[in-house]
Design a protein around this ligand. Structure first.
Ligand code: UD1
Length: 409
């Protein structure tokens, strides 16, 4: 079993490239099912979740080929619409394939996907959205034909918005999704579909209009990974120093950068990069997670890890996932002073963190433990590396490029 070893206490200096976004590329892989001809996803990050998506596409019958960092998908031979449990369980992103399969083949099975253990994560919004499009349900199976309609999401779920807008492309007429999520990854998915000729408008707002009709052929690169950028920004805040996040889009990171600015970090926002500096932190006050453009739940764990050493008291409220505090226990083991009550964490700044043997229980917990380790004295041994490899491309290599003492062993 691999572990990530980090010897902390060294400030970070240097430049790293920000990879293509995991959460943008996974729905794009699923969208490939919809194309009438081949499509190309440019600059795909090398992540185990991306390989899981490729495995699902191949199992369904698609021809998938890497060309450098581009992924070429020919979905024409796709004939299967049932994804076996072991592939479905590889990640949460497996659920994105169900809408496109329903749109293209008129059938899908909506079984519970895998993903990080951060709460119940049901798929009821996906199911009722399929039914609002006229799909008939028999147990977990849904089948068409689909007719455009009105879908009102009870909560702006990212996954349900993406899955249902792709399903709606297989429906006759126009569909409107109300209370849609507004995350940049949704706009990216719609840009990909528009590159294939689809008529989708309103993405990035809370009402999305979709005219039925499958895409032809198209190519696009995912947006830069705002959660990778957020994690490295928190790493800098924790360790101190000055780094450049090359390719990062600061307009996707407004809520996080505001928090880091409040805690004393220097931030220069340029068109295609962010320059950050930090030399000791003060508490930024209260942070509450919420749907975009609110503070991202995916950045909650890394920011908590950075604020352990911020002078004063920081309060972090998690409102999106009820079980997303798995990082608190290992952070405490490193010396963090965190009082936890339900989804609210009260962090009292402490000067010294100590390297320990800790285990990542989910992807962003892994990022958070690395953030803490960089600011800690001595060696931290992080287990559960498989979680980190799901969503951070060449994590240890990028840390080393910033001068950190980090390796996989
Ligand atoms: C996506 C992201 C994840 C991020 C999350 C919120 C991917 C692959 N994952 O996850 O990194 O943390 O958005 O920004 O893009 N819910 C229901 N029923 C449903 C669907 C969702 O109750 O059918 C609830 C969830 O339990 C959660 C909330 O809605 O409490 C938000 O979840 P959602 O936005 O759907 O997250 P994911 O798409 O799973």
């Amino acid at each position: 079993m691999q572990s990530l070893l980090i010897r902390g206490g060294k400030p970070l200096y240097g430049t790293i490239p920000i990879s293509g976004s995991k959460n943008a590329v996974l729905p794009m892989l699923a969208a490939a099912v919809l194309f009438r001809e081949s499509c190309r996803i440019r600059n795909c990050p090398d992540l185990t979740d991306v390989h899981a998506g490729v495995a699902i596409l191949r199992w369904l019958g698609a021809e998938v080929r890497w060309q450098g960092r581009d992924l070429l998908v020919n979905p024409e031979p796709i004939a299967r619409w049932q994804i076996p449990g072991e592939l479905m369980g590889l990640m949460r992103g497996s659920v994105f394939f169900t809408g496109p399969l329903l749109a293209r083949l008129g059938n899908c099975v909506l079984s519970v996907p895998g993903g990080c253990p951060i709460g119940a994560r049901p798929v009821d919004f996906h199911a009722s959205g399929f039914e609002a499009l006229g799909a008939v349900r028999e147990g977990d199976r849904f089948f068409g034909p689909l007719t455009g309609g009105e879908i009102c999401l009870p909560y702006p779920s990212v996954g349900a918005t993406e899955n249902l807008l792709m399903a709606a492309l297989g429906a006759s007429g126009i569909t409107r999704i109300h209370n849609a999520a507004r995350e940049p990854e949704i706009v990216c998915l719609c840009d990909f579909l528009r590159a294939g000729g689809c008529r989708v408008t309103g993405d990035g707002t809370d009402t999305i209009h979709i005219r039925g009709g499958l895409p032809g052929t198209g190519a696009l690169a995912p947006i830069p990974d705002r959660m990778e950028a957020a994690t490295f920004a928190c790493a800098l805040a924790s360790a101190g120093g000055e780094i450049i996040l090359d390719g990062a889009d600061h307009t996707h990171l407004t809520a996080l950068l505001e928090v880091l600015e409040r805690s004393g970090c220097g931030i220069i926002k340029e068109k295609t990069r962010i320059i950050l500096s930090a030399h000791g932190l003060v508490s930024p006050g209260d942070i509450t997670t919420g749907p975009y453009p609110g503070f991202p739940t995916d950045a909650q764990a890394p920011v908590m890890a950075a604020m352990i050493r911020a002078r004063g008291e920081t309060i972090i409220r998690e409102t999106v996932f009820e079980g997303r505090m798995g990082h608190v226990e290992p952070l405490r083991a490193m010396g963090a002073r965190i009082a936890l009550s339900g989804g609210t964490a009260r962090i009292t700044g402490t000067w010294e963190l100590l390297g320990r043997k800790v285990t990542a229980s989910d992807l962003r917990c892994g990022g958070a433990l690395a953030v803490a380790a960089l600011g800690a004295r001595g060696l931290t041994e992080i287990h559960g590396v498989a979680h980190i490899l799901r969503g951070y491309e060449d994590f240890a290599g990028k840390l080393r490029a910033l001068g950190a003492d980090a390796c996989l062993a």
